[in-house]
Design a protein around this ligand. Structure first.
Ligand code: F6P
Length: 323
């Protein structure tokens, strides 16, 4: 394979740039040509494609966001859109693709491969850490650290005012960011989509804390929790406990920005190298990941359909550590 294309798609994640840099430089190292595709599948359809050299990825390893820009494409969900995208890739002589993104990106990549047989390797880039076939996704560690810093700051003010804070973190349908930032931040309770927590349990946890003279309480809620969002959960609790002061804080998109951690830069670099070398070796329709420190390849199908379980020990630990 002599010419490959690379793009980022879906929600951006800190470390995507480190991955782009690694992939571009690995391709050049192996005498391949690399083309950047801007704005994900939308750019592919429009032919927003340009040659990249080693210099074009200088000074980005430490930067968040994505140099290649990102989008969630509606047009690529149509056959016509995908045909147009394929036509554009053939115009540039692109023989293989590296798709950096999450489950939406891989769903598109899988369909595209099935229709046009163009080899594609997915690289897991999402703060949600919800892809099967890798211990961590690019951006997850940075997002957890960002959430953790925010939780620490909220704890300071919660403590001064003896308040209860409901802090909502991102993660879509996954509780990974919530559980890790909650444990790291000493939360009294963490609510995740993977296990059910009732309002009665929330109230009982808070009351137990107050009988043990706790002055402030932090409840971390994953945005996809079944009990509702942080505002709804806070309202339900408030309606049953009048004498306490409650506040809600939704951390939102700050979790997607900020300089990637060392862990994310190294993970992204390893996956970028692995993706290009995987394509060279003839791998296709797979996601590159790292499990137990080993580079692995998992079919795109499995990466998006298989559930990545939350370690139940982590959930149990919140109970133990919050007494
Ligand atoms: O998938 C990453 C993510 O940040 C999720 O955690 C969140 O639910 C979603 O993207 C937000 O998407 P958008 O940036 O389109 O609002």
């Amino acid at each position: 394979m002599k010419r490959i294309g690379i793009f980022t798609s879906g929600g951006d994640a800190p470390g995507m740039n480190a991955c782009i840099r690694a992939a571009v430089r690995t391709a050049i190292y192996h005498d391949m040509e690399v083309f950047g595709i801007k704005y994900g599948y939308d750019g592919m359809i429009k032919g927003d494609i340009f040659p990249m050299d080693s210099h074009s990825v200088s000074n980005i390893v430490q930067k968040s966001g994505t140099k290649l820009k990102s989008a969630r494409s509606k047009d690529f969900q149509t056959k016509k859109g995908r045909e147009r995208a394929y036509y554009q890739l053939t115009r540039f002589g692109i023989e293989g693709l590296i798709a950096i993104g999450g489950d939406g990106t891989f769903t598109g990549a899988k369909v595209f491969f099935e229709e046009f047989n163009l080899p594609v390797i997915g690289v897991p880039g999402t703060i949600d850490n919800d892809l099967f076939g890798t211990d961590n996704t690019i951006g997850f560690d940075t997002a957890v650290n960002t959430a953790l810093q925010a939780i620490d700051k909220i704890r300071d003010t919660a403590d001064s005012h003896d308040r209860v804070f409901f802090i909502e973190v991102m993660g879509r349908d996954s509780g990974y960011i919530a559980i890790q930032s909650g444990i790291g931040g000493g939360a009294e309770l963490v609510m995740v989509p993977e296990t059910e927590t009732t309002i009665t349990e929330v109230i009982s946890t808070l009351k137990k804390g107050w009988t043990r003279q706790k002055t402030s309480s932090i409840i971390v809620i994953a945005e996809g929790d079944e009990a509702g969002n942080a505002v709804e959960i806070a309202e339900k609790v408030k309606s049953q406990i009048k004498e306490k002061d409650f506040r809600v804080s939704i951390l939102g998109h700050i979790q997607r920005g900020g300089a990637p951690t060392a862990h994310d830069r190294i993970l992204a670099s390893r996956l970028g190298v692995g993706a290009v070398e995987g394509l060279r070796e003839g791998k296709k329709n797979v996601m590159v990941g790292i499990i137990n420190n080993q580079l692995t390849f998992t079919s795109l199908e499995e990466s998006i359909t298989k559930q990545k379980p939350l370690n139940p020990d982590l959930i149990r630990m919140v109970d133990i550590l919050s007494i």
